[in-house]
Write a protein that binds this ligand. Structure first.
Ligand SMILES: [Mg+2]
Length: 330
């Protein structure tokens, strides 16, 4: 019996020892400044010891591997920009989105914000430490979540992803305009711009460079319409994101269909398109919901456990390799 509980128990102890030392409520320290900065959780503060985001958040905040992947992404992005400046025919958008553009058109980068250039992992920590009340019905849980998110945005404490500010500032110096296409909504725009500036990400004009979501005005969850808005006046030379929807529309489909979308653009990754790692949340989670593919990634309250079980059905046991996924059987 003891060996059954050993794994999770060690995980919790590791998490607690990593977080021990204070009772403060500040977000986690930036990865390059850990000395002397209080950690988040005092021992015993982890109310849900098996929270299903614990490992993902810890990995993002503490692993050298995460930091190396960010460096890898932005180093590759810099190489792409050098190549794009030298080749007037180079565009990071498919023809249907780039359209016809003159050889002398100004250059642009399109980047997502959350978990691409801004790190919101401290918000995920807060959700682990102070979970949304599981007794709430889904609609109320969603409302409570949105309130928490709005409060977080208003705090504008998201840190820059290491290397993002340097890459984008260098691009601006070379005359490339950065456009931030985010699914944060219009009411969050002003504080989002403040946070970008605070994180030293280049931003001259909040009104035109930050394209938030507004369904009524055609700036929908799918970002293609906004990519076209940028492409109408610019040659887009780089797209960066942490989510398939930052690059393509129609991503709210099954995991197999999403894999096929990636494969169809196999040569674009690490070249025109640069992906940042985000194991904490994303449209990949929606895809695991099957019948509820268009549901929000973040599911809380009474719905959470059902959703967790539904996701677990996608785990691939050893014999998956002998019986490939449905997509490969076709
Ligand atoms: Mg994102």
């Amino acid at each position: 019996m003891q060996s059954i509980v050993r794994g999770p128990a060690i995980l919790v102890l590791l998490a607690l020892s990593a977080c021990a030392g204070n009772g403060g409520s500040k977000p986690a320290a930036p990865l390059d400044d850990l000395s002397g900065v209080p950690r988040v959780a005092p021992p015993g503060a982890l109310k849900d010891p098996v929270h299903d985001n614990l490992n993902a958040v810890l990995w993002t905040q503490t692993s050298a591997e995460y930091r190396a992947l960010a460096a890898q992404a932005f180093n590759q992005a810099a190489r792409t920009l050098a190549k794009a400046r030298a080749d007037a025919a180079f565009s990071a958008l498919p023809e249907a989105e780039q359209g016809k553009i003159g050889a002398d058109a100004p250059l642009a980068i399109i980047t997502d914000i959350d978990e691409t250039v801004l790190d919101n992992s401290a918000f995920s920590v807060d959700l682990i430490q102070n979970p949304i009340n599981p007794a709430l019905a889904p609609a109320e849980a969603r409302k409570a979540f949105e309130q928490r998110w709005n409060d977080w945005v208003a705090q504008r404490e998201a840190l820059p992803i290491p290397g993002a500010a340097e890459l984008l500032a260098d691009a601006e110096k070379n005359g490339i305009t950065v456009f931030y296409i985010t699914n944060r909504k219009d009411p969050e725009k002003a504080e989002t711009c403040n946070n970008l500036v605070q994180a030293k990400l280049p931003l001259k004009d909040c009104a035109t460079q930050v394209l938030t979501r507004n369904d009524a005005e055609g700036r929908t969850k799918d970002k293609g319409s906004r990519r076209k808005m940028v492409a109408a006046g610019h040659r887009v030379v780089l797209v960066m994101g942490d989510n398939l929807g930052d690059f393509l529309d129609g991503v709210y489909v099954s995991p197999e269909e999403r894999a096929a979308l990636v494969d169809q653009h196999a040569t674009w990754w690490g070249d025109r398109w640069i992906v940042l790692p985000n194991p904490m949340y994303g449209s990949w989670e929606d895809a695991l919901g099957n019948g509820a593919i268009d549901a929000a990634s973040h599911t809380f309250g009474a719905e959470q456990e059902r959703r967790r079980l539904e996701k677990a059905r996608h785990l691939r046991a050893v014999d998956w390799w002998a019986n490939p996924a449905p997509m490969e059987k076709k």
